[in-house]
Design a binder for this molecule. Structure first.
Ligand code: SF4
Length: 366
C-alpha cells in the first residue's frame, strides 16, 4: 500500500521543526513507535517494522543504505532523524577469551563485557553512568551516579558487541550486571529489553535476558508488571541484616526477611526460578553458618544460587575468600538440595570481572 502523500505546507512545518530541534534517535524505539514518528511523512503500515529491522537486525546507521525505502523518504528521514552507533573507544581482550568494551558516552564512560563459551555468547551491559547504590564491594559503587543510560545507549552496547562476535556465533544472552542498578533506571531498561528481544531485531530470547538487582523491591514489582519475560537475579551479600547493610545500603530500607518474602510472593509469571547471586567475601558471610542461614532463607523459594567469590580491585580492603571456604559453602548448599553454581569470573586480568567495572583508584576509567 503506498504511503499517504503529505501536503507541502505540513511537510515544511515538520522539517523546520526538526531543524530547530536535535534529531530524534530511532535506535531507541520499537516498530510501532517508529511508525508513529514517521506517520507525518509516510503512513505505510509496515514502514515502522522495516526501519526497525534495518536498524536492529541489519545494524544499518545510514538511511541511504535502506534500499527498499523510496529515495525521497530516505532523504526526509536523514533530515529529521538519526541512528546512533555506539563505538567502543577501547576493546581489551582477556586471556580467558572475554573482552571488555569501554564506551565514551560524553559525560563519562561505561563498559560491557563479552563472555563467549561453547554454548553461548553472554554480554554483560551497563545501565547507568556510575551508580548511586554505594555497595562497598563494587568499584562502580564508589563513583556515584552521573546519569541513566538511554534505551539507545543500552541497545547500542548489544549492537556494538554483535558487530564484534564472529558469525555464526551471536550474542545469545544479555545480563544487566554491568555499571548501574537497572531498577534505578526502570523505564529505559524496560524499553531496552523490549527492543533487544524483538523478533524483528536482535532477537535475544527474553529468558536469556537477565536483570540483576540489589533488591529495590517496589521497582521490582513494577518491572515484573511490565511482563518483559526477562529473568531476575537478586544480588545478596551476607545472611544477616547487619552483614548485608554493612555492604549494601539498600539493605537498611528493605531487610532480608522482607526481601525474600516479597520475592516469594511475587510471581515471575513464566515458571522461572530467581537466581540468587551470593557474594562471598573473606570473613564476611562466607562461613558454613552463613551457608546454613542462606539455605533456611531460601527454603521453599524457587531459586538457584550462583556463588560469586569477590574479585578484588585497587583500593578495596575486602578480600577474596579462600577456595576451601567457597567449596565448603557450595557443598553445604548442595547437601541441602539447592541448585548451586560457582561463578567462574571472566576478565579479571582486564578489570572486567563482577564488581570491577568503574574508575580505578587513580581516577582513570579502566
Ligand atoms: S553492585 Fe550494582 S547496585 Fe551495587 S554499586 Fe555496584 S553497580 Fe551499583
Amino acid at each position: 500500500m503506498p504511503g499517504r502523500p503529505i501536503e507541502t505546507g505540513r511537510m515544511s512545518a515538520i522539517i523546520s521543526r526538526s531543524i530547530a530541534r536535535p534529531k530524534v534517535d530511532l535506535c531507541g524505539f520499537l516498530p510501532d513507535e517508529i511508525a508513529d514518528l514517521l506517520s507525518p511523512l509516510d503512513d505505510t503500515p509496515y514502514r515502522g517494522t522495516q526501519l526497525f529491522s534495518w536498524i536492529q537486525a541489519r545494524r544499518v546507521t545510514n538511511f541511504d543504505e535502506m534500499t527498499n525505502l523510496p529515495a525521497s523518504l530516505r532523504e526526509q528521514l536523514s533530515r529529521m532523524f538519526t541512528i546512533s552507533r555506539m563505538e567502543p573507544a577501547e576493546v581489551l581482550a582477556s586471556e580467558d577469551g572475554s573482552s571488555k568494551l569501554v564506551f565514551d558516552v560524553g559525560d563519562g564512560s561505561v563498559s560491557s563485557v563479552i563472555m563467549p563459551s561453547p554454548e553461548r555468547v553472554t554480554l554483560c551491559i551497563s545501565s547507568q553512568v556510575g551508580c548511586r547504590m554505594g555497595c562497598r564491594f563494587c568499584l562502580t559503587g564508589t563513583m556515584g551516579r552521573t546519569r541513566n543510560l538511554t534505551p539507545a545507549e543500552m541497545v547500542g552496547q548489544v549492537l556494538a558487541a554483535s558487530r564484534l562476535v564472529e558469525p555464526p556465533a551471536r550474542v545469545s544472552n544479555v545480563v544487566f550486571m554491568g555499571m548501574g542498578e537497572p531498577l534505578d533506571n526502570l523505564d529505559n531498561v524496560i524499553q531496552a529489553i523490549r527492543i533487544m528481544t524483538h523478533r524483528e531485531g536482535l532477537r535475544v530470547a527474553p529468558r536469556r535476558t537477565t536483570l540483576s538487582t540489589v533488591g529495590l523491591l517496589p521497582r521490582l514489582r513494577d518491572f515484573l508488571a511490565a511482563e518483559t519475560g526477562a529473568s531476575i537475579a537478586l544480588s545478596l551479600c551476607g545472611t544477616t541484616d547487619a552483614q548485608r547493610t554493612g555492604m549494601t545500603p539498600v539493605g537498611k530500607k528493605y531487610g532480608l526477611e522482607d526481601t525474600v518474602k516479597a520475592l516469594r510472593d511475587m510471581r515471575l509469571g513464566h515458571g522461572h526460578r530467581y537466581t540468587v547471586e551470593y557474594l562471598l567475601i573473606r570473613g564476611h558471610g562466607d562461613s558454613v553458618d552463613d551457608a546454613r542461614r542462606l539455605s533456611r532463607m531460601l527454603a521453599h523459594f524457587p531459586s538457584k544460587v550462583n556463588l560469586i567469590p569477590f574479585n578484588p580491585w585497587p583500593g578495596s580492603p575486602l578480600q577474596r575468600p579462600t577456595n576451601r571456604a567457597v567449596e565448603e559453602f557450595r557443598r553445604f548448599l548442595v547437601g541441602k538440595n539447592h541448585l548451586v553454581t560457582v561463578r567462574e569470573s571472566r576478565g579479571i586480568d582486564i578489570g572486567a570481572a563482577c564488581g570491577q567495572l568503574g574508575k580505578t583508584s587513580d581516577g582513570e576509567i579502566d
